[in-house]
Design a protein around this ligand. Structure first.
Ligand code: BGC
Length: 481
């Protein structure tokens, strides 16, 4: 069995036909250091291309946030974050001089019908939740005019200013009609007006931009903000003089701006990444085929589906789950990232936790060998995701010649999938060729709260510190609906 590269001990005692089958998956899913380096070098070129007038697959969106906050921002700002799964509303209090903040927050699950309904339904949903939140957290005399609202909208938008963003295309399987090609700020503001919600958008930011701002606010060594969650992306600060598409704007020589890379779109041409037949299937069955090719090989939304598609194939080849009812297994998107994480954490002899998950989520009762093989496959899928994730971070570092820095990373998969961080860190080490005695020169650290504090700071920057209401009242933690 020594020809297996990924943890051969997990396959000990397995019959030959399963071993042969696992070997094929190992060949598909293993990406060695040489390949990682080649992918990263190509990634660097694509980041550069995205900054040119002609552009490339990676949008490299100019956020119009031209610097970091100083720590002296103050005032009370509302924030909403429309990510992949939840709508999060926060009341952030920035306290001058302290470089600190306090906040209250509430999370609402975004219902499936809202994610695939009409623009009006989406914005009305957001406006209603914001209204309820304001009623809970603000007294009448605290509302003297429209409250400033920072909007974290985690999708690719064309930004002409910090207060605008034309949605290029939905990602993460969102499919709301009437938003693509439109500016989301007036759409949300119109809903707020229609519903008489006393708030107006003052800044539109991406979740990675918020993560960068919030993390840099606490730790000046942070040079990249990244999300590894339902989707995957990163932002960094760029010199405007290095952005050909900004030439002619007469910006000061030393001007800088945060770039939201939207690098989930890397290799949309499908020329470079080592794709498997399962990557093809995921893309073909997605709501936006041909888009976000890198993200679809890496992010949390897709790794569960990848495992499901593989298990369906193994069942169809009459290798796995013979004689069992596979109705649930055949239902698209039944498996989410935590399913994989629980399986990988199970080190018991009979894989009891993993078996319970198979029963609960898929109504399957696999043999111990099947469970072990699936656990092996999960390791391959998750390791590939983490290693490919490292290429994006490494590419920004190479492009900016950052030899030593911190990366603020947020997102449920990064924070909750045990082993993800160490796998990504190991891949970074291989790409950057650090000697074994050297600690991680580029450290992936858990980020500060980007869509709360980061967004509020972005709003304070956008408003130049003016007209921001004061009066931070009692703050009271999180509630989840
Ligand atoms: C979106 C990005 C976002 C990322 C992480 C991607 O699908 O296009 O805007 O930053 O997900 O949430």
């Amino acid at each position: 069995m020594d020809h297996f590269r990924y943890r051969p001990e997990l396959l000990e005692g397995m019959p030959d036909d399963i071993l042969r089958c696992m070997k094929q998956f190992e060949d598909w899913f293993t990406i060695d250091a040489d390949q990682l380096k080649k992918i990263t070098n190509h990634f660097v070129q694509e980041l550069e291309k995205g900054l040119t007038v002609e552009g490339g697959s990676i949008p490299m969106i100019v956020s119009w946030i031209m610097g970091y906050p100083t720590g002296h921002e103050r005032g009370r700002i509302l924030t909403i974050d429309m990510g992949g799964t939840n709508l999060r509303v926060c009341d952030v209090c920035l306290a001058k001089g302290k470089g600190d903040f306090e906040q209250a927050q509430r999370k609402f699950k975004l219902p499936a019908e809202v994610k695939s309904g009409t623009a009006e339904q989406l914005w009305d949903f957001v406006a209603d939740r914001l209204d309820a939140f304001i009623n809970e957290h603000y007294s009448k005399d605290q509302i003297k005019g429209p409250l400033p609202l920072a909007f974290t909208f985690s999708f690719p938008v064309d930004q002409k200013s910090i207060r605008s963003g034309i949605l290029k295309r939905w990602t993460k399987n969102f499919d709301v009609s009437g938003v693509e090609g439109h500016d989301v700020v007036p759409q949300l503001d119109a809903a707020l007006q229609r519903k008489q919600v006393p708030a107006r958008v003052v800044a539109l930011i991406n979740d990675t931009t918020g993560t960068l701002i919030a993390s840099h606010y606490k730790d000046k060594h942070v040079k990249i903000g990244s999300i590894f969650s339902t989707g995957c992306n990163a932002a960094y600060m760029e010199e405007c003089s290095a952005i050909p598409k900004l030439r002619g704007l007469d910006l000061p020589q030393d001007a800088t701006v945060i770039i939201n890379t939207e690098y989930g779109a890397f290799d949309n041409e499908r020329h470079f990444l080592p794709r498997t037949p399962f990557d093809e299937q995921i893309d073909a069955k997605s709501i936006q085929p041909g888009a976000q090719i890198y993200e679809k090989m890496v992010a949390g939304l897709y790794i569960g589906e990848m495992l499901r598609l593989i298990m369906v194939t193994l069942h169809e080849q009459e290798r796995f789950f013979e004689g069992q009812d596979t109705t649930r297994l055949r239902t698209a998107n039944t498996l989410e990232a935590p399913f994989l994480s629980i399986a990988e954490l199970d080190i018991s002899e009979y894989l009891d936790d993993m078996r319970a998950e198979f029963k609960e989520t898929l109504s399957l009762d696999p043999s111990l060998e099947e469970l072990k093989a699936c656990r092996y496959l999960i390791g391959l899928i998750a390791t590939r995701a983490a290693r490919l994730y490292a290429c994006g971070v490494a590419a920004i570092c190479k492009k900016k010649n950052l030899r030593r820095c911190h990366v603020g990373v947020d997102g449920s998969v990064f924070n909750k999938y045990s082993g993800f961080k160490s796998r990504a860190a190991q891949a970074l080490r291989e790409i950057m060729d650090w000697p074994p005695y050297e600690l991680d020169l580029i450290a992936l650290n858990a980020a500060e709260d980007g869509s709360g504090v980061g967004a509020a700071l972005a709003a304070a920057l956008a408003m130049n510190g003016k007209n921001i209401p004061d009066g931070c009242g009692e703050q009271d933690g999180t509630e989840v609906d």
